[in-house]
Design a protein around this ligand. Structure first.
Ligand code: ZN
Length: 282
């Protein structure tokens, strides 16, 4: 099938601000992202004054950008009931701020194994219960939660949601009418999955955003050594084709955590490189 054209002012492309290493205030980053020709941005909570989000929202709008999504939830797994309800409250606040920013989605990194636990299924039930408890706030704000499956090496500390098939199963179970949840597919987390072809075709319409970067063959750090698209082993064009073939029509968003390389480069150079690589390899 023919893939969508990514070049026309990058109308379906977004820059996740982590790509620039959180080095500058979001107002400055938004100006750079707009100047590089992008129309969409996904900021992180650490960049937004959540007591006064209107200021950041205005600055992003003034730059001519719209907010694709907001990163990200607090973990929905925890060892104690007070911690769990504190996380729920925090995630409700994140949804409200996302709404003030005009974001379509709040990205969910759902949480790993609570300290001291070996019980994967108990952790996963906590997450499902948490997502369900957030649904009234999703309804009230109009911002969906886009659950992001993470590579299984993060199961301990970040996420007990580890494959695209599992994300789809959770969405279908909790949200059969497709009103509250969605899926963020990050190429970095799913590229290795032998079931990817089938899962991508099935999940297509539920997928809100495709995060792109690359897995470097000689990666030095599974968290902070992501590569620029085209510099590693992921067939990004194939992945996008699988998702679009399944009905995906959401954002393609660059998200590169690269402490020692890209975060050390001039931000405008990074954005120019993102732009050309999106066209060449995505
Ligand atoms: Zn991601």
């Amino acid at each position: 099938m023919a893939l969508r054209d990514l070049s026309a002012r990058f109308d379906c492309c977004s820059i996740n601000t982590a790509t620039l290493g959180h080095r500058e205030p979001v107002e400055v980053v938004a100006g750079r992202v707009a100047a590089a020709g992008f129309s969409w941005i996904t900021p992180w909570r650490r960049e937004i004054d959540e007591a006064h989000p209107a200021r950041a929202a205005a600055a992003i709008r003034a730059a001519g950008l719209r907010v694709a999504a907001y990163c990200r939830t607090s973990p929905l797994t925890s060892g104690t009931a007070p911690d769990w309800s504190h996380a729920l409250d925090d995630n409700k606040r994140a949804l409200e701020v996302a709404a003030e920013l005009g974001a379509r989605d709040l990205v969910a990194v759902v949480g790993g194994l609570p300290a001291g636990s070996r019980d994967l299924e108990a952790g996963r039930s906590q997450i499902l219960k948490g997502l369900e408890a957030l649904m009234p706030t999703i309804e009230a704000t109009g911002v969906r939660i886009a659950i992001e499956p993470l590579h299984p090496l993060y199961a301990t500390d970040r996420s007990l949601l580890n494959t695209l098939a599992q994300a789809l199963e959770w969405c279908e179970r909790l949200d059969p009418d497709d009103r509250y949840l969605g899926i963020t597919v990050d190429a970095y987390h799913v590229w290795w999955d032998p079931a990817l072809e089938r899962s991508a075709a099935a999940a297509g319409p539920r997928v809100r955003t495709l995060h792109v970067c690359d897995w470097l063959r000689q990666t030095r750090d599974p968290l902070l050594d992501r590569g620029m698209m085209g510099d590693g082993v992921i067939d990004l064009r194939r992945l996008r084709g699988l998702l679009e073939g399944g009905g995906f029509g959401g954002f393609v968003e660059v998200e590169i955590f690269s402490r020692d390389h890209w975060w050390q480069q001039d931000p405008d150079t990074v954005l120019r490189t993102c732009r050309s690589r999106l066209q060449e390899v995505c």
